[in-house]
Design a binder for this molecule. Structure first.
Ligand code: UT7
Length: 330
């Protein structure tokens, strides 16, 4: 490449990590029954499409899952710790208040040459936000190989007395290496937030003076989130397509945030895409927040469904309220 050549960012490799403990709906329903909370496999499958989720063991943190996913992605991309010059972790369940989970991951991976590392907090849209930032930094020439990770341990912030939320979420991590390339790569990104909806999906507690202030468990107005999600997912997909001069029919794989199969079906319908063009992992992972999109991407790649040269639409939506999309040629 000469100095006048345009630089793009391109997906060089993907990876993921799931904790070994897998709970089916039946396992979870039995655990909930012990505390007097009633649910059923039928309700969970019918209303969400979820059949199982993974939960971490005590002592396992987001940085552990993130590091595992990152190692897979680096191996797939053929790069080592010395090549990585940017680490971004999207998470709402960081290991500690500070430093960032990204700095902890950087240490665990042995990236020792001072590459910048920071977290992005945009809840379930976090990976889309992180990709948008990494894409801009790669295109600007600031980074050549960016590690972009979504990692969560939502099992730590669930209220197991609230059946409306505790059956929905799981733990996991997904990662990509985004590398500088003379050809795209990422074609368009589109991110948004509307802070007027802060209260519909939140963990309102915080740490203050050595105490937890407020409620440190997840609260959600599911119907309000559902209604907003189905609208913005169509809008942001169309916005990215318009920026890139593409149309929905050009999409080979839609990889949406994995929260609820009904939201995915509605988005696919609005974009006139058949469900066999949608990567679905919500059945086996539940909603893993910022990890869900890179996890689904890696499952799609490793299963052989997603092939080089295909066009992918990644889209996320979540607390904030935040939403966005990334359109790319794989
Ligand atoms: O990651 C960020 C994005 N998050 C999302 O996209 C989540 C969006 N929201 C949703 O996916 C859905 O709103 C839910 C799956 C959370 C809930 O589905 P819903 O169809 O909106 O159910 P609902 O909240 O209206 O509840 C219907 C009924 C209620 O009973 P009544 O009042 O009709 O007697 C609930 O108490 O279902 C009951 N219910 C349950 N029953 C058995 C709620 N949770 C459960 C449960 N098991 N786990």
């Amino acid at each position: 490449m000469t100095s006048t050549d345009k630089i793009y960012s391109r997906l060089a490799g993907t990876g993921s990590a799931l904790p070994p403990l897998r709970l089916t709906n039946a396992d979870l329903v039995a655990r909930l029954a012990e505390r007097g909370v009633e649910s059923s496999d039928d309700w969970i499958v019918e209303r969400t499409g979820i059949r199982a989720r993974h939960f971490v063991a005590p002592g396992v943190n987001s940085s552990d899952l993130a590091t595992g996913a990152a190692r897979h992605a680096m191996e797939a991309a053929g790069v080592g710790p010395q090549d990585i010059d940017l680490v971004i972790v999207a998470t709402s369940t960081p290991d500690m208040v500070f430093p960032s989970t990204a700095c902890i991951v950087q240490r665990k991976l042995g990236i020792t040459h001072g590459a910048p590392a920071f977290d992005v907090q945009a809840v379930c849209s976090g990976f889309i936000y992180a990709m948008t930032i990494a894409d801009a930094m790669v295109r600007a020439g600031t980074a050549r190989h960016a590690l972009v990770i979504g990692a969560e341990v939502f099992s730590r912030i669930l209220d197991f007395d609230d059946r409306g939320t505790c059956v929905l979420f799981g733990d996991g991590a997904g990662a990509v290496v985004l590398s500088a390339s003379p050809t795209p790569g990422i074609l368009a990104t589109d991110i948004h937030a509307d802070g007027s909806h802060v209260d519909i999906l939140c963990v309102p507690g915080t740490v203050s003076g050595g105490q937890i202030l407020g409620d440190p468990l997840l609260k959600m107005d599911g119907q309000a989130v559902f209604k907003l999600a189905v609208g913005v997912l169509e809008d942001t997909a169309r916005a990215s397509l318009a920026k890139a001069g593409r149309v929905a029919a050009d999409i080979d794989w839609l990889i949406p945030h994995q929260a609820n199969i009904r939201i995915m079906q509605s988005t696919a319908r609005k974009l006139k895409l058949p469900m066999d063009k949608v990567i679905v992992t919500v059945d086996s992972h539940g909603n893993t927040s910022a990890a869900s999109i890179p996890l689904a991407l890696d499952v799609g790649v490793r299963s052989g469904k997603i092939q080089r040269g295909q066009t992918l639409m990644l889209e996320g939506v979540g607390g904030g309220f935040t939403w966005g999309s990334v359109l790319l040629d794989y």
